[in-house]
Ligand binder design. Structure first.
Ligand code: MN
Length: 248
């Protein structure tokens, strides 16, 4: 058993215990539901840059709508589900996604779509920045050469994988505790976290991520996106993955 599998198993146990706790809770729970939209336990992460900071590669209006409406809607839906279902509030987002199968049927799709959306977008804002681009360095660069055939081949394969996503979805790079990398496209708001894998980074290929500026030209968006990828942030995530501290 890998260390990561063992961690996930502990997560499953915690989640299972939380489900039992909630199931045993008195009915007063349902009566406590407030009419106002809940503001927690999940929240939009702060971005370290302004909406216009990634111009001209990602326009300010797209960034504004993407963050303040799309991502905010996933957070609101997740908080709304948590309002009546304490199991969602008690577990970490990473544990919830790793153990979707532990959730009751009526919550599983809500958490899959909105918890996945919250995790994916939180990662997305983190790995971009102004004055970014260039190439990775250090052991991340070495891993890209070792596992993905070198930086240029990796970028071409990543763009091709993003283009092949039919409809809405993401293209990710996963990393395991040994630092091994793989390109993994996923539909909708699905995340490799749902398969007990770690996400190093990824690009959003939903039309809402690029349509205002690029219209149907997803290939141009995928190519331009490298200009806003912050390899220092991704290098930090790579180190965290190997140290066992990377969550979402
Ligand atoms: Mn999006």
């Amino acid at each position: 058993m890998t260390e990561f599998t063992a961690l996930s198993r502990r997560g499953a146990l915690r989640l299972g215990a939380a489900v039992l706790t909630i199931a045993a809770a008195p009915k007063v729970w349902a009566q406590a539901a407030a009419p106002a939209a809940p503001t927690g336990p999940f929240s939009l992460p702060k971005r370290s840059y302004e909406a216009n900071a990634l111009e001209p590669h990602i326009d300010a209006q797209t960034m504004d709508i993407h963050y303040n409406r799309h991502h905010a809607a996933y957070v609101a839906a997740l908080n709304n589900a948590a309002k009546d279902n304490g199991v969602i509030a008690k577990a970490s987002l990473a544990d919830l996604l790793a153990d979707l199968g532990q959730l009751p049927d009526n919550l599983r799709t809500v958490v899959r779509n909105n918890g996945g959306g919250h995790a994916n977008h939180s990662m997305f804002w983190e790995v971009m920045g102004p004055g970014a681009g260039g190439a990775p360095g250090g052991d991340l660069a070495a891993a890209i050469t070792r596992d993905l055939g070198g930086f240029d081949k990796f970028k071409a394969d990543f763009e091709a994988a993003g283009l092949r996503v039919f409809g809405s979805g993401w293209v990710f790079v996963t990393v395991d505790r040994g630092g091994r990398l793989a390109v993994l496209p996923r539909p909708n708001q699905d995340s490799p976290l749902m398969e007990k894998q770690l996400v190093l980074f990824g690009n959003d290929v939903w039309e809402h991520a690029y349509y205002l500026k690029y219209q149907n030209r997803r290939a141009d968006y995928l190519k331009s996106w490298w200009n806003v990828v912050d390899w220092s942030k991704i290098g930090a995530r790579y180190a965290a993955a190997k140290a066992g501290t990377l969550a979402i």
